[in-house]
Design a protein around this ligand. Structure first.
Ligand code: FAD
Length: 465
């Protein structure tokens, strides 16, 4: 053809899904082109998602821990907050990783093309950058175009109303902040702003915060976070907003109704897939009405040589899911007989304390009437947890009552997000209570709680005292 660029594989979008797919494909010998509209690679996760939020949460956590030290004999004066410096520190973290990814692309000879890519037909993409167009002809393609924050249509255009991207910019520290949406993203940003001094209200349509997490975990979390909140409004909807001089006036309806004014409003009501923005029709690719692209277990769309991965193929919208799917798609594109075969995709809220779960939750087991038995290890019995003042947490494992195999687990407490990894591995390996309980865990660590929960699993490990 007479396309400007020709390749074995083109990847549309350079988020965690896209760059992982491109790197794996290049490693497997395919000539690979990676298209990204922004000058920096890494997508939402690296630039306006996982990484900057975790940089801010780290800073917030250290600051709160330092203040809490006065109870343990070391007293710091109230902190001086320099927003510019916090922002610069966060940007430094992001830039370091931007450079790392660009370097890895170069090393692997992945050709990066900047611009907005759209399908022309099922073997050709057009990429437009600053008014000029390039064409990329491909044998195979992986769509990794991600998702964008959902906007509420009635919100006025006002700098005091922000989405997650705006929140990460730390425009100012509000006195009274409203977070619309009690999911992970909203609550992580609520934690950051609260640590910086804002009083937070959160409004959530459903009957609980942290959707997906069992109520016993959320309860521990809420108790630990009570002081951050002015109001936690559940079963409540925001129906209108008016920009006023004194702030943004919000109208609520549902369990709580009425009006209240806030200095800053974060809209964190979910994300919508970008599938309708890439002219997928021109290549005959099916996109559903919400913008998701249906795929099979090899990540193929209805057009067999075009794959899709990450947020654009469905829930959960998480970076590690995108990476895993990216690897599957790249391997299949390179001719390997593989498919998506993971048992669990862990979920983590990096709040204080953290909440993490993987596999079957109790909520899910009850809804689907699955047989299960739980074993809970309360951290009040953990030396490490007590020493670290995180003993309100707990570790809960779910077992199949027939086989004693682990089918799920949840943790609430310090570093829950790291602790869940062992539970994921145990589920993937088909471990039973004995395998986990008889694994020697280092003492004193929070990881012991996983071993202890398994060891205490009733009716098993019968040779234990
Ligand atoms: P994305 O990261 O969305 O990347 C898509 C890329 O494609 C973008 O760079 C976009 O510019 C580009 N693109 C799209 N269309 C085109 C086009 N037509 N032409 C050229 N380029 C295009 N997940 C976690 O697992 N852990 C977390 O802690 C976490 N924290 C988060 C915090 C926040 C505030 C947010 C918003 C999200 C967070 N997520 C987290 C979710 C995570 O960011 C996403 O699941 C992940 O980024 C999805 O990766 P992806 O590869 O599918 O797409």
């Amino acid at each position: 053809t007479d396309a400007d660029i020709q390749c074995d594989l083109v990847v549309l979008g350079s988020g965690p899904g896209g760059y992982s797919a491109a790197f794996r494909a290049a490693d497997l010998g395919l000539s690979t082109v990676l298209i990204e509209k922004y000058p920096n690679l890494g997508g939402v996760c690296l630039n306006v998602g996982c990484i900057p939020s975790k940089a801010l949460l780290h800073t917030a956590h250290i600051s709160e821990e330092a203040m809490a030290l006065s109870q343990h004999g070391i007293h710091f004066e109230a902190p001086t907050i320099k927003l510019d410096a916090i922002r610069a520190d966060k940007d430094k973290v992001v830039n370091k990783l931007n450079q790392g990814i660009a370097g890895m692309a170069k090393m692997r000879k992945v050709q990066v093309v900047q611009g907005v890519g759209t399908f022309v037909d099922e073997n050709l993409l057009e990429v437009i950058h600053e008014g000029s167009a390039k064409t990329v002809a491909f044998d195979k393609a992986i769509i990794a175009c991600g998702s964008a924050p959902i906007q509420l249509p009635f919100m006025p255009d006002d700098p005091r109303i922000i989405d997650s991207t705006g929140a990460l910019e730390l425009p100012f520290i509000p006195k009274h902040m409203l977070v619309i949406g009690g999911g992970v993203i909203g609550l992580e940003m609520a934690t950051v702003y609260s640590a910086l001094g804002a009083k937070i209200s959160v409004v959530e349509l459903s009957d609980s915060l942290m959707p997906g997490a069992d109520a016993d975990l959320t309860k521990v979390w809420l108790k630990a976070n009570e002081s951050r909140f002015e109001d936690v409004l559940l079963n409540t909807k925001v129906t209108a907003a008016t920009a006023k001089k004194a702030g943004i006036e919000i109208t609520f309806s549902g369990e709580t109704s009425g009006k209240k004014t806030y200095d800053l409003v974060l809209v964190a009501v979910g994300r919508s897939p970008n599938g309708r923005k890439i002219e997928a029709d021109n290549a005959g690719i099916t996109v559903d009405e919400r913008g998701f692209i249906p795929v099979d277990s090899q990540m193929r769309t209805n057009v067999p040589h075009i794959f899709a991965i990450g947020d654009v193929v469905g829930q959960p919208m998480l970076a590690h899911k995108a990476v895993h799917e990216g690897h599957v798609a790249a391997e299949v594109a390179a001719g390997h007989k593989t498919h998506f075969d993971a048992c669990v995709i862990p979920s983590v809220a990096y709040t204080f304390p953290e909440i993490a779960f993987a596999g079957v939750t109790e909520t899910e087991a009850n809804a689907k009437k699955l047989a299960y038995k739980t074993s809970v290890f309360p951290w009040q019995a953990s030396g490490k947890a007590i020493a670290c003042h995180t003993d309100t947490g707990f570790t809960k494992l779910l077992f199949d009552p027939e086989t004693n195999r682990i089918i799920g687990g949840s943790v609430v407490g310090l570093n829950a997000g790291d602790l869940i990894a062992e539970i994921c591995l145990a589920i993937e390996m088909g471990a039973d209570a004995n395998d986990i309980g008889k694994t020697i865990h280092p003492h004193p660590t929070l990881s012991e709680s996983v071993g202890m929960a398994a060891e205490h699993f009733h009716g098993h490990c019968t040779d234990l005292p």
